[in-house]
Every structure is written in C-alpha cells, then in structure tokens.
Design a protein around this ligand. Structure first.
Ligand SMILES: [Zn+2]
Length: 414
C-alpha cells in the first residue's frame, strides 16, 4: 500500500455519484490534515484523517509526505484539440491588427491552415507535437483530457490524427479520451460540395475511425455544418457506438442548444450565443454545457456564455480550455478557471468542480476520476497554497508542484 500524508488540506470533492448542480457546485468537500491510501494499481483504498489512516494502514505502507501542500484531484479537460501540427501565431498577429476570425478563415487561414499542416505531417511528427502539448497540460495539473481530431478532414488523415491522439495517451502520463470531429470544416477539395463531404464522413470516415474514438463531434454553424448534417452524422456515429458532443452557438445563435437537446447529446460546447430558451432546452434534456472562456478571451471577444443562468437552471456546467492553435492557444485549465470566475461570474469552487467532477462525468468517467474517493483512481496534485481557491485566483502561474497519476508521481517541479 502507498500513502500520502502531511498535507494542509486534502480536497476530496467527494459527493453524490453524479455531476454537481446548483448549490452543490459551490460546495467544497475537504479534510484538513487528511490522508489517503492507494494500492499498487493506483486505486484509492482509504481517504480520511491522517491519524485514523496511520492507525489502520497495513504494515509496510510506503508513506509520501506532501510537505504541507494542498492536495486536490487532477484536473479533467473535457474539450481540447490536443494534437495538431504547426501554430497560427501569424493569424494571431492579424487579429491583433484588426482582422476577424471569420475574415481569416475566408482567406484560407483558420482551421484549413492547420489542416494543411496536419496533412503534411507524419503520424510520428503529430505524436511529437501532441506529446509536447500533453506535458504542457500535465504541468498545469491536467491528468485527463478529451482530444478531438478534425484537422485531417480526409479518411486517411483523420485516421492518422486519431492514431497519434491515442499514442499520446499511451506514451505520456496524460489520459486521453479521443473524439472524432470529421465535421470540423469543409476541406477545399469539397468546396461547393458540402453534401458529398457529409456523405464521406458518414459512409467512409465513421467506419474507419469508430474503433479509435469514444465520441463524435460536429461544428454546427451556418457556414460550417447545419442541423440536418449534424443529425445524420450523429445518428450514424451512435450506430458505431460513439457518444455525442457538439460545438454549438459559438459564433451565431442558430438553435444549436436546441439541437443538442433534441439529439440528447452528452455535451453542448461553447454556447456563447445561447439564450434562455436554449438553456431551458438543455436543462430538459440534461445536456452538460461545456464552457470555453479562454476561446472568447483569446479571440478578443466580449460575449461569454451565460454561466450564471445555466447554473440557475440546474445545468451541470463544465469548464474546459478548448486548447487549439487558432482560437484558444492555452493548455492551462487554471487559466480557464480564472476566466470563468472573472468573466462569467462563477465562484472559484464552481470553477474547480466544473473542471474536475463535472468534466469527468461529461466523459463518462465520473465513476473513476474527478474526485478523491474510495474506488477511484489516485490522480492528484500538490499545490503550495493555503486554500485550493487560489487555483482560480493566481493566473499566469504554474502552481502545481507535483502531479500523481494512478498512484505514481509523474511530474515534480525541480
Ligand atoms: Zn473546440
């Protein structure tokens, strides 16, 4: 048995076996001077007061001293585009000079520019880039990340990208949940043949990638994919056993939240433009909103999703980074939490629970990760702070001093 003790506070985030809603989302479960025992497979066996655990720990238990740090669960990033080639710093500079995201995309930039870089890259090169990004996430405390494809946009390139995504999860301590996002943008060879591309996604891509992904996703916007295309793609994805996530209502109010509710999607992501009717539809269908404030911030926009109305409606809100080279070049969930607090008026505890427990449930992993409870995996962080709420308070700081994954220390700040 392995134990960890000597912490200021063990933030367990323990609670009912479901996502947190309403006042629960603002309730912090923690044990001062707590301790934890886990077995060799990294499964938590006991959580409680240090003195109690020292009394019941089996002989030969190896204790790790937390040095007075705060311990909290590893962060879960439920919306990322983890693996891509190149970067779009040139477009960032164009936006600084006044160009809009849509103008840059219309000029051949945007998703298509990353598509070209991904098509030109080998699987090994994508693995190397994804590994670099995964370590950025780990250093910021993320221990599990969802990762979307959607920069290949051909059968062979989507397969290559999803293979690289899976290998990042095998080669680094970061656990990766792959999502197929073939309906991310229209590749240039299908200009003016949108319907033919949707058929390619359904008839050729989905059968080729179904064994490589856990979820399917689509970018639902008037100039990208409409509700009818999303309905057909997601019906086919379900037949292949994939769960449903959707990018909706990011740039325009186009009924995306209602579509996510109609399709009983696991998550509706973005929701910057969603109004009260859309929020009510999500609540009726119990769809989890995945809010991505870093993409609003990085695009220099001002309209954030209405997190307060969503929480008031009883929605199990998730906060994620949307890490990608175009609209959200940050791997840091603490940065996204900070923005959730300052721009969306979430409390720091709400932001933390939205990035751990609720994020885990949105990936169908709520029974294994997101909180520190008996039977779950020992994925946790050491933070040199007095209060875990400092995670959302300090920004631009890599606070995490140790990352433990499945009961093993995988990162220690030198
Ligand atoms: Zn995204």
């Amino acid at each position: 048995m392995i134990g960890v003790r000597g912490c200021r506070t063990l933030v367990t985030l323990a609670g009912p076996a479901r996502p947190r809603v309403g006042p629960e989302l603002d309730t912090l479960a923690a044990i001062d001077d707590g301790a934890m025992l886990f077995d060799g497979s990294g499964t938590i066996r006991e959580v409680g007061d240090r003195s109690h655990l020292e009394a019941i720990a089996p002989a030969g238990t190896v204790w790790h001293d937390a040095g007075g740090a705060v311990i909290c669960p590893g962060f879960v990033d439920a919306h990322t585009h983890l693996v891509f080639a190149g970067n779009r710093a040139n477009e960032f500079d164009m936006r600084c000079r006044g160009a809009s995201y849509s103008e840059i995309a219309a000029g051949g930039g945007g998703i298509r520019s990353t598509m070209r870089a991904v098509r030109d890259a080998t699987e090994e090169e994508l693995l190397a880039a994804g590994t670099r990004h995964a370590w950025w996430m780990l250093r910021n405390g993320t221990t599990t990340a969802e990762a979307k494809s959607g920069y290949g946009l051909s059968v062979a390139d989507e397969v290559k990208l999803l293979r690289a995504i899976r290998r990042v999860g095998e080669d680094t301590p970061l656990d990766v949940v792959p999502t197929f996002l073939g309906a991310h943008a229209l590749p240039p060879e299908f200009d003016d043949r949108r319907e033919a591309y949707v058929e390619l996604v359904i008839d050729a891509m989905l059968p080729a990638v179904a064994g490589l992904a856990a979820f399917a996703d689509a970018f639902v916007e008037p100039k990208y994919f409409d509700a009818d295309a999303a309905r057909r793609i997601m019906a086919a994805a379900r037949k292949h056993g994939l769960g449903v996530r959707l990018h909706v209502d990011q740039l325009t109010r186009s009924g995306g939240a209602e579509l996510a509710a109609e399709l009983e999607a696991k998550t509706a992501d973005h929701l910057e433009q969603t109004d009260a009717d859309g929020i009510a539809a999500l609540a009726r269908a119990e769809v989890q909103p995945v809010l991505l404030p870093a993409s609003v911030y990085a695009l220099g926009l001002a309209k954030y999703p209405d997190a307060r109305a969503m929480i008031a409606a009883g929605l199990a809100v998730v906060v994620a980074t949307d890490f990608n080279p175009g609209s959200s070049p940050t791997p840091s969930l603490p940065m996204a939490m900070s923005l959730a607090c300052t721009q969306m008026r979430m409390t720091s505890v709400e932001a933390i629970l939205a990035s751990t427990v609720n994020a885990a449930y949105s990936l169908d992993l709520g029974d294994r990760i997101g909180s520190l409870e008996v039977g779950k995996r020992a994925d946790f962080l050491l933070l040199p702070v007095e209060d875990v709420r400092e995670v959302a308070y300090w920004f631009g700081v890599e606070l995490v001093t140790e990352v433990w994954k499945a009961g093993q220390c995988v990162f220690r700040r030198g």
